[in-house]
Design a protein around this ligand. Sequence first.
Ligand code: UTP
Length: 293
Amino acid sequence: MSKKIRKAVFPVGGLGTRFLPATKAMPKEMLPVVDKPLIQYAVEEARAAGIEDLIFVTGRGKATIEDHFDHSYELESVLSERNKKGLLQELQASVPKPGSIAYIRQQEPLGLGHAVWCAKRLVGDEPFAVILADDLILADTPCLAQMVEAREKVGGGNMLAVMEVPHEHTSRYGILSLGEEKGNLVTINGLVEKPAPKDAPSNMAVIGRYILEPEIFALLETQQRGAGNEIQLTDALSAMLGDIPFHGMKFEGTRYDCGDKIGFLEANIAFALNRADMRDDILAIVKKIAATL
Ligand code: UTP
């Protein structure tokens, strides 16, 4: 039986340059979709998959993330005085249990691979999840829970969430060279980071959900810089191929790239339309705007 996935790493050390100026003084992960910051969706997804320990790899200017997952006694006492019980409970429930959340600083944003490596000591010698909060997924069963279940069925190993992307967008993603496909699982023969469309082995892309075996840390330790002059997680993963079971999972749900302005706006509309308390108003607004074009 595969080991239980107890820990999740949230790399939040990136600069978010695609979202400037919004991200100059505010972390990208604190951008709200409807009324919740991206990072809270990510943490909720982790909890729904049975994750017990949350590990944030942060950087300069990310302190509001720590504040968000802490108590705000002044606010809580005002809500209590005003008898806003529902809101109070919601806020209190979003604070992780004492001792279950840890922060480690990535002093320089050298890339996603480096950010994951920074979590090495906190993860230790067990398989773990990585969630990129700016990849937001709307799904009936949260994506990481789908992955945990799929991984148990295949008996462990690395598991990456994958999806088809338009061929002309391959240079934005890690792209798979596909092996055998069985149901929603694909075996992975190769991985290449951000290939030009003409060099891409497929249009199946890795998105921001991973379950990784701890052997990745040794590979990241010596990983040279790759695409974009950054230490790429994909390159280290590539070196693990053939050694352990390695699957891509075509998840059920829709993924929104909230690190990108258009993807973020689309996510806001989709998540608002998905809420019973907003759907009719948002539909009316969208129709009204479209009618004026
Ligand atoms: P991105 O590729 O989106 O980079 O990182 P970014 O810096 O956040 O944003 P842009 O491209 O400049 O707009 C993917 C994920 O990896 C994290 C980011 O925080 C994001 O969750 N990351 C990236 C780090 O934690 N550290 C890094 O050095 C780079």
